[in-house]
Structures are given as structure tokens and as C-alpha cells.
Design a protein around this ligand. Structure first.
Ligand code: GUN
Length: 292
């Protein structure tokens, strides 16, 4: 069997076009241009690249972006003062503090300061708390897990009643992905570095979300035939045939898994493009909440 590919690139593009059309409608009706503030502390190259892509997406979709670049030795008080200013700025509908922050900063204190109505990353304790509770709705869902669920639904995968296995329990992907799946009535197992007999647990999964950051870690014979596999990993694999000397691979051994799974996301072109698309969707939603 060869799995059906879930084309994240095309689906993300559709989401972006829908958002751009809604932004254009808001502008035509005299409403303000939605605005996203990005905050980057320090000079991590990967974080700078992600933030630049987020700014470019804003420009492409007709939104404003306001970038705030702070030196790596910025104090806790300075970062908090910036977040307070952004909370008070009516042109800013969404605030995104790029993670990880340098280790001397208290990430939790920064994230909990973000006004819940501007928390387009969905990382504030209030939004995560609501995601974790039955009958409560967060205002925003974290972008990468939101993208994973969106891909499953677009591919027509049934989540309700499915056995879902999430590999990884990070605040950014694994844990919110598990909470979202529970909210959609899946039976969820969250695996991590101390899980016993991981292959046996993964073999039970009708839906597998792999977010552990280990190159091609999940083997084809761990996958239940027909399962839906969502690969969140982005790892550099040395490849001398490539000009840059490497290629991107996921946390799942794609060549093996594609022969067993029912659906699978490729890397690149699967979950990756969805994160920014969902951030744009969340930023539009923030503008709609603040100025209906
Ligand atoms: N670092 C890695 N992923 C993310 C994300 O989705 N949002 C933020 N703010 N930082 C990240």
C-alpha cells in the first residue's frame, strides 16, 4: 500500500488565500488593517528566519507587522515593559514572542503578561488552561497543533473515537496537540523519553503525531497499516548530492512509513507551512474579536 500524501503546502496556501480575502473585506468595510507584533530577543538564526517568514506572510495577506528586535542580554523588566506597551497599542491585534527566549528570561512570566485577546500563539496560561478543560474554549489554539488537526480534517481522517498517539510533550506542539485531540474525542496516549516499548504503543495508533525532533526515528514497522501519520519534525540530514550539503527530513522514516500508512505528511511541505498559515488565521481572529 502507498499512503495518500497530505499536501500541507497547498492546504496552507488555501488558508492564506481565505485569510487574505477576509482581510480585504474588512479593509473595504472601513475597518483597520489587522496588525501582528513580533518580538525576537537575541540573534538565533533559526528564530530570526521564522520571524521573517511571519512578517512576510503578514505583508502578503494585507496585514501590518511590527517587529521588535531586542539584544540577547535584554532584562526581564525590559521584555515585560515591551509586552505591556504592545498590549496597550490599538494597532497591535496579535503579539508573538518568538520562543525559545534566552535562558536568563522567565518565559512563563512573559507569556502570562500577553493580553489573552492578543495571544495569537495560544501559549498564555489562560488559553492553555481553557484548552485543557471540558466545555471551555480557548480564544486561540497554538499554531502548529492547530495546523496538524486542520490537516487531518482536510484529509478526511476520522478523529472521534480514534486511538491517537502523540510523540513528544512539548508546550509548543505535543501537549497542546494531545489536548486538541482529546477535545475532538480521540483516545490519546502521549509518549516521551521514558515511555516503555514505544514501537508497541505506536502500533496501536490510528493517528500518529510525531514531534520529538529525532531524525527518522519512527520506523515503518511501528506504524499500524492505514494509520494517519502527521510528521512535525524538521531535521537536517547530511546529503552530499544537495548544494547546501543537507536535506530536510522528519521524525518519521518517510520511505518506510509511506508503504504502510493510509495518510502521511511529507517533510518538507507537510506541517511546516501550516504553522504560519494558522498564525495568520489567529491574527485575523484577534482583529475580529477586538474590532468585530
Ligand atoms: N518557536 C518554535 N515554534 C514556535 C511558535 O509556534 N511560536 C513561537 N512564538 N515560538 C516558536
Amino acid at each position: 500500500m502507498t499512503a495518500q500524501l497530505i499536501d500541507g503546502k497547498t492546504i496552507a496556501q488555501q488558508v492564506r488565500e481565505e485569510v487574505a480575502a477576509d482581510v480585504a473585506r474588512r479593509l473595504a468595510s472601513g475597518k483597520a488593517r489587522p496588525g501582528l507584533a513580533t518580538v525576537l530577543v537575541g540573534d538565533r538564526v533559526d528564530s530570526a528566519t521564522y520571524v521573517a517568514s511571519k512578517q512576510n506572510a503578514c505583508a502578503e495577506l494585507g496585514m501590518e507587522s511590527f517587529h521588535n528586535q531586542l539584544p540577547g542580554d535584554t532584562s526581564q523588566e525590559e521584555v515585560e515593559a515591551l509586552v505591556r506597551n504592545l498590549n496597550a497599542d490599538p494597532k497591535v491585534n496579535g503579539i508573538l514572542v518568538q520562543l525559545p527566549l534566552p535562558s536568563h528570561l522567565d518565559e512563563e512570566r512573559v507569556l502570562q503578561l500577553i493580553n489573552i485577546e492578543k495571544d495569537v500563539d495560544g501559549f498564555s496560561p489562560l488559553n492553555i488552561g481553557r484548552l485543557a478543560q471540558k466545555g471551555r474554549e480557548p480564544l486561540f489554539v497554538p499554531c502548529t497543533p492547530f495546523g496538524c488537526i486542520y490537516l487531518l480534517e482536510k484529509a478526511g481522517v476520522t478523529i472521534e473515537g480514534a486511538n491517537a498517539v502523540v510523540l513528544g510533550r512539548s508546550n509548543i506542539v505535543g501537549m497542546p496537540a494531545a489536548l486538541l485531540l482529546i477535545g475532538k474525542n480521540a483516545t490519546v496516549t502521549v509518549c516521551h523519553s521514558r515511555t516503555r516499548d514505544l514501537p508497541a504503543v505506536v502500533r496501536q495508533a490510528d493517528i500518529l503525531i510525531a514531534a520529538i525532533g529525532k531524525m527518522e526515528f519512527v520506523r515503518g514497522d511501528w506504524i499500524k497499516p492505514g494509520a494517519a501519520v502527521i510528521d512535525v519534525g524538521i531535521n537536517d540530514k547530511p546529503d552530499p548530492t544537495k548544494k547546501r550539503g543537507y536535506r530536510l527530513v522528519g521524525d518519521v522514516n518517510f520511505e518506510e512509513a509511506v508503504e504502510v500508512a493510509g495518510h502521511i505528511t511529507p517533510v518538507p511541505g507537510g506541517v511546516g507551512p501550516m504553522t504560519i498559515a494558522m498564525l495568520m488565521k489567529n491574527t485575523l481572529r484577534a482583529a475580529e474579536i477586538q474590532a468585530p
